[in-house]
Design a protein around this ligand. Structure first.
Ligand code: FAD
Length: 327
């Protein structure tokens, strides 16, 4: 079996939750796999991430270069091509940055590429069998991928639940010297942080999140009532913001906020990868959808098949009853 690497996305000295999920995905490829973390960046933030990763990865490859201080996929691709051995299997989170990085990386490594993988069914000789979604999650495609020359695989955030394990006290291997001068045609300018807005959904432990299934602006009130009964906040998917039913500050996802609640109730949300990319911290996910095949059900802890316009008011009443408040 080829060596498995996990590309670690990090920010502000903290590794993304996907760092643990990529280990779970690697174990699905090979139960005995001990994937190697590969981390690019610069300075104290990079050092802090590498140090944290030693607890979960046996080997952490550190690639420090001032040109890698900001997330520029073109430069990181060049650095990875230099350090990764031929034939490697490289796991990368399927979020905006990973999607930018991965196809070109597979071309440079002369290896296979599969995007948006949410299931791994094991290997059969040189074939790796994976499940990925197409047509906005309406179709689950079972794909065989030839890994004889290696592969770059985008792993959907949230699809592989990390397992609890004892700290491994891994080693940091400094690969920085192998990377020469890095230049690129594109230049990093700045990161624009979204404004918090009236309600800061990133600070709430419970979120009642509504999607297009809420159907019209007036129906947002039933989600707000449930949120009030639960002591939660209302967040939403992008179509709800596009329709101006809620402000942009309530949007969860890759072009909205990243949230880390303990409980995430997705009401009438299908579960696109752009939406799921904004849900971090492995929360308990409750999906309420009238379509039992909605993609969100595949990552939810509980899936409830119901019409939210009827179900949410009933649930609100039950919560109020349970809390002893008047209905
Ligand atoms: P839909 O996909 O239309 O799903 C609606 C769901 O509601 C369906 O599953 C349906 O079965 C269910 N439903 C309908 N009526 C009811 C009912 N009465 N009761 C129960 N269930 C019902 N999306 C985000 O959310 N956040 C982002 O940050 C984001 N960024 C994006 C960035 C880019 C560059 C692009 C291209 C897209 C982005 N998107 C984002 C959009 C994303 O691709 C999806 O289109 C979006 O997440 C779908 O939202 P939804 O699930 O609410 O709607």
């Amino acid at each position: 079996m080829a060596r498995i690497f996990a590309y670690i996305v990090h920010k502000g000295g903290i590794a993304d939750d996907s760092a643990a999920e990529l280990i779970a995905a690697a174990k699905k490829i090979d139960a005995l796999a001990t994937p190697t973390a590969v981390v690019t960046g610069w300075g104290a933030e990079l050092d802090a991430v590498c140090e944290t990763l030693r607890a979960s990865y046996g080997e952490v490859w550190k690639v420090a270069n001032q040109a890698l201080a900001y997330p520029n996929a073109e430069l990181i691709r060049k650095a990875l091509v230099t350090v990764l051995p031929a034939g490697s299997i490289v796991l990368v989170p399927h979020a905006h940055f990973g999607i930018d990085l991965s196809p070109g990386l597979s071309i440079k490594l002369n290896s296979a590429y599969v995007s948006d993988v949410l299931g791994i069914e094991g290997t059969d000789g040189n074939w790796l069998k994976v499940v990925r979604q197409e047509f906005g999650g309406q179709v689950s495609a079972h794909v065989r991928c030839d890994i004889s020359s290696g592969a770059v695989i985008n792993i959907r955030p949230g699809a592989f639940k990390p397992e609890e394990s004892a700290p491994v006290n891994g080693v940091i291997v400094d690969k920085s010297a192998e990377v020469g001068t890095l230049t690129a045609g594109r230049r990093y300018l700045e990161t624009v942080v979204a404004e918090a807005g009236d309600v800061d959904i990133t600070k709430h432990a419970v979120l009642v999140s509504v999607g297009r299934g809420i159907q019209e602006k007036d129906n947002i009130a039933i989600a707000e009532e449930l949120a009030e009964a639960l002591g939660a906040a209302v967040s939403c998917s992008r179509p709800v913001v596009d329709a101006k039913w809620l402000p942009k500050s309530r949007q969860v996802g890759s072009s909205g906020q990243t949230v880390k609640p303990r409980v995430y109730m997705a009401c009438g949300i299908s579960g696109s990868f752009q939406h799921l990319a904004g849900i971090k911290g492995n929360p308990f996910i409750v999906a309420i959808n009238k379509n039992p095949k909605a993609p969100l059900n595949q990552v939810a802890d509980v899936g409830i098949v119901a019409d939210i316009l009827e179900y949410l008011p009933e649930l609100t009443n039950k919560v109020r009853e349970a809390r002893g408040a008047s209905v």
